[in-house]
Write a protein that binds this ligand. Structure first.
Ligand code: ACO
Length: 429
């Protein structure tokens, strides 16, 4: 194959360099296009645009492959912990035992948040969505913990501080929203165990940790740790490209994740399944609505920009759901409905032709329900899991000499030059 592509526009023929990634994906480098021809490309949603080179995550949407730093997600879900996977995603290699211990110690050391931050929570209206609160609180962290020097040590502390404190902030927001006492992390608990402790322990009813739930939470967060250039990661990189600090960049990522077409889908899936259960809606009617082009309705938890086959994360999530629910002897009718919905959708020609399969959000809510996580915290759970990815992508963007401030072009379709009309001359509508 040529190491360039040829593009002819009018009289001009251009040789555009071809870039090939380590797994064989091919890209045409169009950086010289506008300067040479005056043309730009048009690609809404950037579905065909590579915005960066990245060594963090590899996805093959046709084969359903997901790897962090080369390691398949299935192996990480089976063997790793969320802390170890976070280290891998951020640092590019698995930690040695000493490095993992040091990371765990630092996560513990940085797990408290400034007491003054509790006052912020008191002033959000009770009905505020926790994602809005989390986005604001992460931005506010910058005022309490200014970024350190741009040294390896400075970055390490900032990154671990974020991983640890965002988890604490999330649990605090739940406690405060319920009017309950904030529970502090325990130094003898691991990262995931501590989150469950801070969420569910109470002075009058101590929370008894369940090893299987801790393991399931590890897997849940591992599955969310990174997903290359998705909407929220693109937001983190975009904000970071203007050299905004990492707290502001992550705050933007959280805001982007909130959307129901992105991370907010995990909440919407459960709302959809609950509607089917409680309102007695028929699964086949919802499938018919999702297929009707005149109806904007979509099956939540189905479809993905990159995966054109079963999302490998959804496969693992479904297995974990089955294991946890049967171990805890929970009979959740929503799991049965989800399986029924999946079966009907996957045998329907519309879903087959459109390559629409369950994505990570389809089964994740059922697992979170089994853990006792309230519905409005589901996307917050996703956000905590995505932190290592956002952090790694923010840093990679900062270090990449090819990167510039993100500033796409547009094709203007508005009115041509027009004169200002004084008010007295304007017609009444
Ligand atoms: N239900 C019914 N039809 C769908 C669905 C769905 N869930 N998803 C896509 N389609 C159809 C579209 O109507 C379109 O059909 P057409 O070509 O006949 O017009 C076709 O499939 C392609 O859809 P697009 O919206 O162009 O695909 P895109 O890649 O832009 O969107 C997205 C991907 C946003 C995930 C979409 O599949 C969707 O809205 N899914 C439901 C929300 C969801 O589950 N989001 C979570 C995604 S995973 C994550 O972000 C963590």
């Amino acid at each position: 194959m040529n190491d360039y592509a040829t593009l002819t526009i009018g009289e001009k023929t251009l040789k555009l360099p071809v870039i090939i990634g380590t797994e064989g994906e091919k890209a045409v480098d169009i950086r010289g296009l506008r300067q040479e021809t005056g043309f730009i490309t048009y690609d809404p949603g950037f579905a065909n645009t590579g915005s960066c080179k990245s060594a963090i995550t590899f996805m093959d949407g046709e084969k359903g492959i997901l790897r962090y730093r080369g390691i398949p997600i299935e192996q990480l879900a089976e063997e790793s912990s969320f802390v170890e996977t976070s280290y891998l995603v951020i640092n590019g290699k698995l930690p040695t035992p000493e490095e993992l211990t040091r990371t765990s110690v630092m996560l513990n050391d940085h797990s408290l948040v400034h007491e003054d931050m509790q006052i912020f929570y008191q002033n959000f209206p009770r009905a505020s969505h926790p994602m809005g609160i989390l986005s604001a609180m992460v931005n506010a962290l910058r005022s309490f913990y200014p970024e350190l020097m741009n040294t390896d040590e400075g970055f390490e502390i900032t990154f671990l501080r974020l991983l640890s404190k965002v988890r604490t902030l999330a649990a605090m927001s739940y406690k405060i929203s319920r009017g309950h006492k904030v529970i502090y992390p325990r130094p003898d608990y691991t990262y995931c165990a501590n989150f469950l402790h801070m969420m569910f322990d109470s002075p009058v009813k101590p929370y008894v940790l369940d090893r299987d739930l801790v393991k399931a939470l590890n897997v849940f967060w591992i599955l969310h740790a990174d997903h290359e250039q998705n909407c929220s990661t693109a937001a983190v990189r975009t904000v970071g490209s203007g050299r905004a600090n990492i707290y502001a960049s992550l705050s933007a990522g959280i805001a982007a994740l909130w959307g129901p077409l992105h991370g907010g889908a995990n909440q919407k899936v459960i709302e959809m399944l609950t509607d089917i259960h409680e309102k007695g809606l028929r699964v086949s009617d919802l499938v018919a609505r999702a297929k009707d082009k005149k109806d904007p309705y979509r099956l939540m938890g189905f479809g993905h920009r990159v995966y054109k086959t079963y999302d490998p994360r959804a496969k693992i999530m479904k297995q974990v759901c089955d294991t946890v629910l049967s171990k805890m002897e929970i009979k959740d009718p929503l799991l049965d409905i989800a399986k029924q919905l999946e079966e009907i959708a996957l045998s329907d020609s519309y879903f087959i032709d459109h390559n629409l399969y369950p994505n990570v959000d389809f089964y994740s809510g059922i697992l979170l329900r089994a853990m006792g996580i309230p519905l409005n915290m589901f996307t917050v759970m996703f956000a905590i899991g995505r932190l290592p990815g956002w952090i790694a992508q923010w840093k990679e963007n900062l270090d990449d000499p090819d990167q510039k401030i993100t500033r796409p072009r547009q094709i203007y379709t508005g009115q041509n030059q027009a004169d200002y009309l004084p008010m007295a001359l304007r017609k009444k509508s």
